[in-house]
Design a protein around this ligand. Sequence first.
Ligand SMILES: *Cc1c(COP(=O)(O)O)cnc(C)c1O
Length: 480
Amino acid sequence: MIDKNLIFEKSNDSLSSYNFFKEDGFDITKHLPQNLIREELEVFPDMSEGEVVRHYIRLSNRNFGVDTGFYPLGSCTMKYNPKINEKISKMDPFANMHPYSSEDRVQGNLEVMYKAAQDLAEITGMDEVSIAPCAGAHGELTGLYVIDAYFKDKGEVRDVILVPDSAHGTNPASANVAGFKVVTVKSDANGFVSIEDLQVKIGDNVAALMLTNPNTLGLYEKNIETIVDICHKKDIQLYYDGANLNAILGISRPGDAGFDVAHLNLHKSLSTPHGGGGPGSGPVGVKKHLKAFLPNEKVTFADKKYKITGRGDKSIGKVRAFYCNFSVIIKSYAYIVTLGAEGLRKSGLLALLNANYLGYLLKDKFDIATKDHIMHEFVILLEKELRDSGLGIMDFAKRILDYGYHAPTVSFPLHNCLMIEPTETETIEVLDKFAETMLKIYDEMKNAPDLLKNSPTKTPIKRVDDITAARQPILKYDFQ
Ligand SMILES: *Cc1c(COP(=O)(O)O)cnc(C)c1O
């Protein structure tokens, strides 16, 4: 039986965790900051210390994360986050540095920022990287501002960004926020950028083409050289959305492929935890001709000293307060240094191996969108089977929860699909078990669709109306 009681419902007047000697004339409320005193909270819960601990541990167990189970969320790349990196980032000199400290006192921290930017430039094949942006989408916005500044500096008016129809929603959104118009480039029948359509869409007013490679179907753009040629003839800048970089880590580099700007999502390629709204990082790298336009501050090294310097008049200026989300940079840097070039390459190859192995186990029953060509993730199409069983994609996804897994991404980038991406560190046993479960649910879909329709049955909260839950969350206990 799941304990669903709130802490207020468990409250018992005869209990308390701490005794603040009120009876001896000591009133704790006089010694606390007055803004923290909650006078309106009449029913402050009274519980024993042990029960308080149990209550919150119980709540924490209702969460699902990479530390509780397999989390094959396609597109999002749930990287393994070694715990040692968390520990390093919390070390006193890192965690308690003040951003206004004098440079002399924080040489070690500046060294981390400097070397992280250098390593990221090496990994992406870019000439210079700014570690300022706070997320992948923020990296996109920063990169697009850089491109805008580049053309303004040349005295050219270019107000269009090309985005393939398979692109992540943040691409057109960032282009819009940066003040550009968005024009969509179609995919061909095999899921690659249509060269024919690209030829039609390139005009003198196009500033950049944004590409994710491998793309959101898990396909490496085989025409990348042609695409680069077509664009560069018109000085159209090639923007690399690095969300899938983990698939080519140490194998190929966007800079070598001809991209002018590239962002990395450190939480997708270089092992930092996925948000929960917490700090993220989306460093953006550029080729030489765009260096001067990057966000203003950078760390330089000369005369055996690290310094923070400005990039000068052409810089787009600040994109955030201070320098970067430092704790995230440290975690990634620790990961890079620990693995080294060989290890990073291996993590990329393992991501490919795991996805291909899982795809192999599923391909006989499931219709995989790109059967002969899987990179680090793959897309399963369920349109027909679901229709035949009178079910929706959510029914399939929610049933997966009953077996103790996080569901894959649904309905992206195609309707009624599941997008599966196993973490590179998952063992063969985990993948075998997951494949077995997926095949079982496939049979349930055919033979016992009600099991899917009524799922999940084993989670603390059953099926919620996603939209109402997001728009009208009930977060407050009603004392009436
Ligand atoms: C996740 C993702 C983004 C956005 O990155 P955030 O770090 O979540 O802002 C952009 N493009 C693609 C392809 C992605 O998968």
